[in-house]
Design a protein around this ligand. Sequence first.
Ligand code: ADP
Ligand code: DP6
Length: 332
Amino acid sequence: MYAGKARAYTNIALIKYWGKKDEQLILPMNSSLSLTLDAFYTETTVHFDESYTEDTFCLDGEKQDPKQTAKISNFLDLVRKQQNLSLFAKVDSQNFVPTAAGLASSASGLAALAGACSQALNLQLTETELSRLARRGSGSACRSIFGGFAEWQKGDSDQTSFAQTIPSNNWEDDLAMLFVLVDDGIKDISSRDGMKRTVETSSFYSGWLENVEPDLADAKQAIREKDFTKLGEITEANGLRMHGTTLAAVPPFTYWSPESLNVMQLVRAARKQGLPCYFTMDAGPNVKILVEKKNLTALKNFLADHFSEEKLITAYAGPGITLMPVERSEEL
Ligand code: ADP
Ligand code: DP6
């Protein structure tokens, strides 16, 4: 029997990954940049054992259906193939983040699974190798191997597509991200399906690709210069452009709800009052607001008239993946 466990934190992209050029290898159309956060994470334990007759996947204590389990098996197959291993596995995962709500559970979930497999089979992977492996599970997961700011260089092959830390002189420690929970239910269109439909059918997609590399260069410069206004403006503009592409997809769709728009307007109103803060959104209606720690209380006070405390979740920069010992109670 081989057992391993890992904890990985979610990351939110400031420059988004949106579209694949190779769906099998999960090679992205564009490079992206994210901030790993401390408030949301996944812990996953994996056991490989010869007594198992199939793969099983339990999420938050509930056995998952064949479709969800097949996604896990696909990932395990990669590892089994690489290691020449024929054992089935039992995967137990706990999400300390709402699942499939646009809060990046796929990033923390697949990074944790990659880490747990690596630990179980004693793969001794470098961070780069672990990032490549996590990428095969879910693109954004490759960035969750690293704490703080990470850049996923798109590359053009399995070998060259992975994330790495962006040097920042610890500037991320001055920042916060406030999550406004508009809806934490499961979304209708997953990121995977949404980006596929957009690449295949949206006439706005070429506009996205034209802008994203300059956005990335500007965001990296803002991080180097610790220029919050510049990073915020690029983050907000890049997120809006990503969401713009969905409107021209066939059939068109949007991840926004009326409440999301309401939050965006509030962020703009806060800025007008001299409070620097910027929003971004992923494949779901929840809004994330980038703010400097020193202005977090003012932002929360500003939003307090509109949202109850439970709807506002604060996150700070979080650490990279941690491989953990498997506790006795989790053993077979
Ligand atoms: P999100 O915004 O939460 O990342 P996605 O639609 O991108 O939403 O991804 C959600 C999918 O990620 C789930 O349907 C599931 O397949 C996968 N996922 C989420 N959490 C885990 C986990 N802990 N372990 C393995 N896979 C997970
Ligand atoms: C909007 O990484 O969940 O959050 O690679 O198909 O698993 P797959 O997609 P996923 O997509 C994330 C999309 C995004 C932007 C981002 O995180 O960069």
